[in-house]
Design a protein around this ligand. Structure first.
Ligand SMILES: [Fe+2]
Length: 422
């Protein structure tokens, strides 16, 4: 049993396959085995895992990390190297395995594995051999979830962007103020998010609202699919390249647009920020295409490079140079740093449904209410705890003084001085 609710305490958080992670795994495994002696009775089984392209700071030879767990005689031993001859062998790329390593519960883990295969190919994560006997499978499940709750993201963003094949996209984002990650989720996940979004929106407003536009916010507590999409591994890396590793969510929202003229004129997404805007980005928005974005669909239009003006568009401004963001269903666009954009007219029949994850620097106030989500945080890795603003020191000062633990944690993730090598 775990002895906390919400996210794992800061001092228990560890990096995937770091020395501390393996030590935490070994200690917990011994405890689980003591609790479930029946699961190991008569069991003689070994499991090996190996991952390539681990971040250099872990110091693994040739960037390869791995281990072998051996169960026999009612006990378990942990070896800090993989064994090709183990009963079951799991192998893959470190960063492709990360979302799977961070998923809590069997269903979320299976969904994470499916997304990893979609993003990085089926060979990026593979397994062979005999599955563990049922009792032992439960032991391994318990170990996996214990570690998933404590496994932090790889803090080396340059390495992560390279490993995920995103350096060109990050350069594009810095230059143009936006980029597109094509086919970032499978169609069935796009369909699921579309249906969930529509169900929430249509339950509280009629389709005639605001020039055919309806929206809803605060979706983080409305289901696993929303929790997963805000943590999407490649989108998050792209967003962090603009907003830093301590970024938080401002809001998670959906919008639908019925046929008709645009309901959203040119703007910069910098609500309440006075011009001139700072040279660094404050807010960035990811918009998921849950339908194909064609010109007729009424997509977002954007003026590439307009973030360099460092002010919002004003009446009379020339909006020439605007381009429609065209992308297939399941893609996501991320725009940032006050780039100018607006919603296009919709001439196609039916409605366009999109999902927006709005990220921002951690010192800005959030629009959604992210309090009282302990159950949500408990079934996720520390990634969601940081994203929802539970790992920084805001709102935590009291007569006991400053929360140095959280301010240090936030500063280490923010890393203003870190230069990305793109
Ligand atoms: Fe916007």
């Amino acid at each position: 049993m775990v002895d906390y609710r919400g996210a794992a305490p800061l001092n228990e958080r560890v990096e995937f396959f770091s020395t501390e992670w393996i030590a935490a795994a070994e200690a917990e495994l011994q405890k689980i085995v003591r609790r479930h002696p029946e699961a190991l009775a008569g069991v003689d089984y070994s499991l090996s895992e190996a991952f390539s392209d681990a971040p250099p700071h872990l110091g693994a030879p040739e960037g390869r990390v791995g281990w072998t767990l051996r169960f026999s005689g009612g006990g378990v031993t942990v070896e800090r190297r993989p064994d090709e001859a183990a009963d079951m062998v799991v192998a893959g790329q470190y960063q492709a395995a990360m979302p799977v390593a961070q998923a809590v519960g069997p269903i979320a883990t299976a969904r994470a594995a499916k997304l990893a295969a979609h993003l990085f190919g089926k060979k990026a994560l593979r397994g062979r051999g005999a599955p563990p006997p049922p009792g032992l499978a439960l032991v391994l499940r318990e170990l996996h979830d214990h570690l998933a709750r404590r496994t932090v993201e790889n803090p080396d963003l340059t390495h992560r962007l390279g490993s995920q094949g995103l350096k060109r996209k990050a350069r594009e984002l810095a230059r143009d103020g936006y980029t597109v990650l094509e086919n970032a989720i499978p169609h069935d996940i796009a369909d699921e998010l579309r249906e969930l979004s529509l169900d929430i929106m249509l339950s509280h407003k009629s389709p005639g609202s605001r020039n055919g536009r309806i929206d809803c916010m605060g979706l983080i507590s409305r289901g696993r699919a929303f929790e997963e999409i805000v943590q999407h591994p490649t989108l998050r890396s792209i967003a962090e390249s603009s907003l830093g590793g301590a970024m938080i969510l401002q809001t998670v929202s959906s919008a639908m647009k019925a046929p008709g003229p645009s309901a959203v004129p040119a703007h910069a997404d910098y609500v309440a920020v006075p011009a001139p805007y700072p040279k660094y980005a404050l807010v960035g928005v990811a918009v998921w295409a849950l339908d194909d974005w064609t010109v007729e669909a009424g997509p977002t239009w954007i003026i590439p490079g307009s973030q360099k003006r460092r002010r919002p568009p004003e009446p009379g401004d020339n909006l020439e140079g605007g381009v429609p963001i065209l992308m297939p269903k399941g893609s996501v666009t991320f725009f940032t740093q006050g780039v100018w954009h607006w919603q296009g007219d919709r001439t196609a029949p039916g409605e366009r449904v999109s999902l927006h994850n709005t990220y921002q620097r951690p010192f800005m106030r959030q629009a959604d209410d992210f309090s009282n989500i302990d159950a949500v945080l408990h079934r996720n890795s520390p990634v969601l705890s940081t994203l929802t603003g539970h790992d920084d020191y805001f709102g935590r000062s009291d007569y006991m003084g400053h929360d140095f633990k959280r301010s240090g944690y936030m500063s280490r993730r923010q890393r203003w001085d870190a230069q990305l090598a793109l």
